[in-house]
Design a protein around this ligand. Structure first.
Ligand code: COA
Length: 436
């Protein structure tokens, strides 16, 4: 059958498509910008028909209406990364949370350790041969197309057609819903003086020819402000956002010195504005590949001079990093942080950096230090003290790798906020029987 004929047989409305979800099913939502809003809305509108449908995803940018109070009879959320729309439900025990390294997620679906009955995803319109692109999000989405029994695709004219591995034939979809609604966008963050100072300290650690992994937010964008005079940087990163575009347009990012995937920006997902998605559309420079390739520590370790820059909620005086929970309250997840920090540690010539402000100021005005004697009780240890090369705050860079517990505590106190150094020095004296 001609693919166009086949395509027509799969077309339906969103309301019809979600009738294929059954009570007790595990429904996987494609990641981040790949989440299909029309299908999620239709599923929530049909909630009365379901009992105990498990919802799984990593970063979710959608409404999360399935996690609202009262929905727990119909939906049981069980994400691998907590976002603004699911944190409350997890904390109120109306849902669960499953910790997992990002690079492992496809394998967990492949081996059936994570169940996927239905996958709902968003893709580009098909090309002339009947192939759609997964666009901004290939990560675990590509694997779950094979793992799920039912695959429902929202074909969206606004999804960019990206190159890499996320190009699939329409025959893999069981049901297709057409839309042309805007896809999720994240606006560039405001960069303040603190972030600029952190960015400058991080950039000083980046040598020409390095390959970068940067996350999203004000700190990664601030780092990029100070990389303008570097040469031949490369990108091998879980994700990129708009900040990376400026460095590419300025000729700083060439990828010419990468050990693998030379002259390409290798990522597993994209998250930014329309400008980024238009740039990535049919652009061979951007290759979007599965997360069990991009984030696999053994792959990362092959990139010479790999620089991983990630953030944290707290770092203790031994260099243990909590990047995901406030005590027992799950705030985010490990994501790709450990994938990259481990990959750097296994490779040669690289540096792993935890970059964060020295304090956080809460909405009620209270100031909380982020370099602490002990992590808050109940907090996750996201990255072990063995894997961190540097911790950077606005006060400088503290070297941890190959430093004794005494020396690393000293270095960390040196970059803590001045208002909190006395308390840390007292702990230092207690711990090492020596004045700081
Ligand atoms: N104690 C209590 N609250 C804290 C805190 C601390 N030590 N540190 C930060 N916070 C609060 C902030 O006040 C802010 O609260 P608000 O939302 O009420 O304003 C919130 O946590 C977020 O802080 P912010 O500094 O804006 O964090 P961020 O957006 O830069 O994210 C992480 C920082 C660590 C949460 C984030 O990088 C993450 O989830 N990392 C793990 C995943 C990862 O690294 N992936 C790889 C990169 S793609």
């Amino acid at each position: 059958m001609d693919w166009r004929e086949l395509y027509k047989t799969k077309l339906c409305t969103a309301a019809e498509a979600v009738t294929h979800i059954k009570s007790g099913n595990a429904v996987v939502l494609a990641h981040c910008v790949g989440e299909p809003p029309a299908l999620v809305d239709a599923m929530v509108a049909n909630a009365a028909q379901y009992e105990n449908v498990e919802i799984k995803h990593m970063v979710s940018l959608g409404s999360g209406a399935y996690a609202a109070p009262g929905m727990e009879k119909h939906f049981r959320i069980n994400p691998i990364f907590a976002s603004a729309n699911t944190r409350g439900a997890i904390a109120e025990r109306r849902g669960d949370f499953t910790p997992a390294f990002f690079h492992e997620v496809p394998k967990l679906f492949r081996e059936g350790k994570l169940r996927a009955d239905v996958l709902m995803l968003q893709v580009s319109p098909p090309d002339e041969h009947g192939y759609c692109s997964l666009g901004p999000s290939v990560d675990y989405t590509l694997q779950t197309i094979s793992s799920a029994k039912t695959v429902i695709a929202q074909v969206n004219a606004n999804t960019p057609f990206t190159y890499g591995d996320g190009i699939v034939h329409i025959s893999v979809f069981n049901h297709i819903v057409e839309t042309d609604s805007p896809i999720y966008e994240i606006q560039p963050p405001k960069i303040g003086d603190t972030e600029k100072a952190i960015g400058e300290h991080c950039a000083a650690l980046v040598e020409d020819g390095s390959t970068l992994q940067l996350g999203i937010g004000a700190i990664p964008d601030a780092v990029m402000l100070f990389l303008k005079n570097k040469k031949d940087l490369g990108i091998h990163s879980e994700m990129i956002s708009d900040g990376t575009l400026k460095l590419f347009e300025a000729g700083v990012i060439t990828g010419a010195k990468k050990s693998m995937n030379k002259n390409r920006m290798t990522v597993t997902f994209l998250m930014g504005t329309r400008k980024l998605y238009d740039f990535a559309h049919r652009n061979p420079v951007v290759e979007v590949r599965p997360v069990d390739y991009v984030n696999h520590p053994t792959i990362i370790s092959k990139q010479y001079k790999m620089i991983a820059i990630n953030s944290a909620l707290q770092v203790d005086l031994m260099g243990q990093v909590n990047a995901e929970s406030m005590g027992l309250r799950q705030f985010s997840g490990v994501g790709g942080q450990v994938d990259f920090m481990r990959g750097v540690a296994m490779g040669e010539g690289g540096k792993s950096i935890v970059a964060m402000p020295s304090v956080t100021v809460k909405k009620d005005g209270s100031v909380i230090p982020k370099i602490v004697p002990f992590l808050d009780q109940g907090s996750a240890i996201t990255t072990s003290r063995n894997d961190v090369d540097y911790v950077v705050t606005e006060y400088g860079a503290a070297l941890l790798k190959a430093q004794s517990l005494r020396q690393r505590a000293k270095n960390l106190i040196g970059i803590a906020h001045p208002d909190h150094r006395d308390e840390l020095k007292e702990e230092f004296k207690k711990r090492f029987d020596e004045a700081y």
